[in-house]
Design a protein around this ligand. Structure first.
Ligand SMILES: Cc1cc2nc3c(=O)[nH]c(=O)nc-3n(C[C@H](O)[C@H](O)[C@H](O)COP(=O)(O)OP(=O)(O)OC[C@H]3O[C@@H](n4cnc5c(N)ncnc54)[C@H](O)[C@@H]3O)c2cc1C
Length: 392
């Protein structure tokens, strides 16, 4: 990881990564109790303890400001940091870089007005308030196609009235405020909404296959919800561009974290293959098992390089739209395949909950759907390539 250290003192960066690796191995992974993986309250309690421990070791939110205990890492430096944090289900929670906080901070940093910054962004960065991002709707509302946005925001003399139905809103069960995407006269727009505003109603927490989730995936009804004029974020009608901005950073963080999780799954599978025997030899001596190991290493190597390339482009202020789409599709599919091979190599134990491999597989599967389904990204990549004559 030496090449990553170039943007700050190499030794200090290497020491930071070593410190984090040790923290994840000695403090975080031992606190993963697979039996309480679906207990959000328990996960929240453990995450709070771990946040204090992380802080005491000088480990904090990778993109956070130094004055808030953050590390202000570049995107490039985040790659190794997030990979280490991501090796444990609890790592991103302990280091305050789990979604939706990080992408919401990223978007609000460039879009929030000075008043919104004081009231929402800074408390979010300090961990004093929690956010969620509410765009997706049940059919016939918005899913993969952003033009299908059905939630409306109607202008009134003193603000806006929002009506709509959202679902799969991550983190909403513990959020203090939501970024709500709604249709206004000039198109899609973003609004900051305190969850205790009358008309904001959480219907239920939708159970999903993801373990160690502490904020849920909520279904929400917005009915006759009045917000003031200054609830509008950024420019009216520019919601699509805002969402694009938010998703690009979010995708990259997911890629970094999930490379760590997939790598851990393969590490467990390799250990198993080195001690378990079949037909008189170790599993590790069977060539078809070796092929799974080799393919996993090739996939994760490529996934790391693509993620790093997108991070460098982001640090350089380049548009990452095309490259982040390609990286997202590749990494989402690669990490899932690696985890799937890890399950296969571990046999029945791999599908059990005695070891974390099956939960890793469950954690990685939805990434091929959220932040743009693989098919939707492929269609966009091909459209850009064909319309602009891009060389492959
Ligand atoms: C764990 C999880 C967390 C989430 N968190 C949030 C959140 O915090 N906030 C939020 O707003 N949303 C969230 N979502 C929702 C997510 O953004 C949507 O699932 C995603 O945008 C896809 O929309 P959809 O589920 O309605 O799928 P649909 O639009 O119904 O598509 C279903 C499938 O059809 C195919 N498909 C769709 N369009 C095309 C196309 N153009 N070409 C080819 N194939 C296509 C794809 O295979 C796709 O997976 C979350 C989802 C999950 C699973």
């Amino acid at each position: 990881m030496k090449h990553l250290a170039s943007t700050r003192s190499g030794d200090a960066y290497a020491a930071l990564i070593d410190n984090l690796r040790d923290f994840i191995d000695t403090e975080v992974i031992p606190r993963e109790n697979l039996e309480t993986a679906q207990d959000g309250d328990e996960t929240r309690r453990i995450a709070r303890d771990l946040q204090a421990l992380a802080q005491a070791r000088g480990l904090g939110a990778p993109r956070g400001r130094r004055e808030d205990g953050g590390l202000a890492l570049s995107w490039t430096e985040c790659c190794a940091y997030l990979e280490q944090a991501g090796r444990s289900f609890l790592g991103p929670l302990a280091l305050r870089c789990a979604p939706p906080t990080q992408p919401d901070v990223f978007a609000l940093e460039s879009l929030a007005s000075p008043a919104q910054r004081e009231r929402y962004l800074l408390p979010l960065m300090r961990g004093e308030r929690a956010s969620c991002f509410a765009m997706t709707e049940p059919a016939p509302g918005v899913g993969s196609d952003p033009r299908m946005l059905a939630t409306s925001a109607r202008r009134t003399p003193d603000g806006w009235v929002i009506d709509g139905h959202k679902w799969f809103i991550s983190g909403a069960m513990r959020a203090d405020f939501a970024i709500v995407v709604a249709r206004t006269e000039s198109g899609s727009s973003w609004f900051l909404v305190d969850v205790d505003t009358p008309g904001f109603r959480i219907v239920r927490d939708i159970p999903t296959m993801e373990p160690f989730d502490m904020g849920g995936h909520a279904e929400i009804l917005l009915q006759d919800l009045h917000v003031p004029a200054d609830a509008l974020i950024g420019e009216e009608g520019k919601g699509l561009a805002h969402s694009q901005l938010r998703l690009e950073g979010a995708r990259l963080f997911h890629c970094m974290r999930y490379i760590g999780l997939a790598s851990r799954a393969m590490g467990i599978a390799q250990e198993y293959a080195c001690r378990r025997e079949s037909q008189g030899v170790k599993l590790a001596d069977h060539q078809m098992v070796q092929a799974m190991v080799a393919d996993a290493h090739i996939q994760l190597y490529a996934a790391r390089q693509m993620t790093l390339d997108v991070a460098r482009r982001l640090d350089a202020g380049e548009s990452i739209r095309h490259h982040s789409s390609m990286a997202k599709v590749f990494v989402a599919e690669a990490v899932y395949q690696v985890a799937d091979s890890a399950v296969q190599m571990c046999g029945a134990l791999g599908v059990s909950e005695d070891i974390p491999v099956s939960m890793i597989l469950r954690m990685l599967r939805p990434f091929r759907i959220y932040d743009g389904a693989s098919e939707v990204h492929r269609a966009a990549i091909a459209r850009r390539a064909l319309n602009h004559g891009l060389a492959a």
